[in-house]
Design a protein around this ligand. Structure first.
Ligand code: SF4
Length: 170
């Protein structure tokens, strides 16, 4: 079961291509200038079974990627990891935003580590108003990184995506 702020079934702003975005309800970071402060409060979203969410996402044949956004998806790591596993088994690319850094999640709870290990791409770090930019695709501030999680786990240090569609090349 996940507590969600919403689902957008055809987004083009949370990653390359036509994607679905699943918005978590609840965020502990409270970044100044956050675009989604209505997602901060825990327990105020819509409770949905993971299988039901997957069914909704699979109903759009044009969508081959899913992004978890917030709120903070890593505050509900068990449910998002289960959803990510179902989506990966169905051939989707799975990305997640997090206000935590890659390094923090790597040394976070077991469940957070499991979610991290299941996704393909992590856009990490809090939104920092003084570093706000409109120039970096899919990120709001310059501190945020687009990380290839699979490569990072193999190499033992964060590998940023520096070319290709995740940085706006098509
Ligand atoms: S982590 Fe994201 S959702 Fe949470 S306060 Fe920061 S910008 Fe807003």
């Amino acid at each position: 079961m996940l507590d969600l702020a919403g689902i957008v079934e055809d987004s083009i702003v949370d990653g390359p291509g036509i994607r679905a975005t699943v918005f978590c309800q609840g965020c502990p970071h409270h970044c100044e200038g956050c675009h989604n402060p209505e997602t901060w409060e825990f327990g105020r979203g819509t409770k949905m079974e993971v299988e039901k969410i997957a069914q909704i996402l699979r109903s759009n044949p044009l969508c081959r990627g899913v992004t978890f956004s917030g709120g903070e998806p890593f505050t509900q790591p068990e449910g998002f990891a289960k959803l990510a596993r179902i989506l990966k088994d169905s051939g989707y690319e799975v990305a997640s935003y997090s206000g935590y850094t890659y390094e923090q999640l790597l040394h976070g709870t077991k469940a957070q580590r499991e979610l991290l290990e299941t996704i393909d791409i992590l856009i990490d770090g809090p939104f920092i108003l003084s570093q706000k930019t409109l120039e970096t695709p899919f990120r709001g501030s310059r501190n945020q990184r687009i990380i290839d999680v699979k490569k990072s786990l193999i190499l033992g240090s964060p590998v940023e995506v520096t070319k290709g569609r995740w940085i706006g090349e098509y």
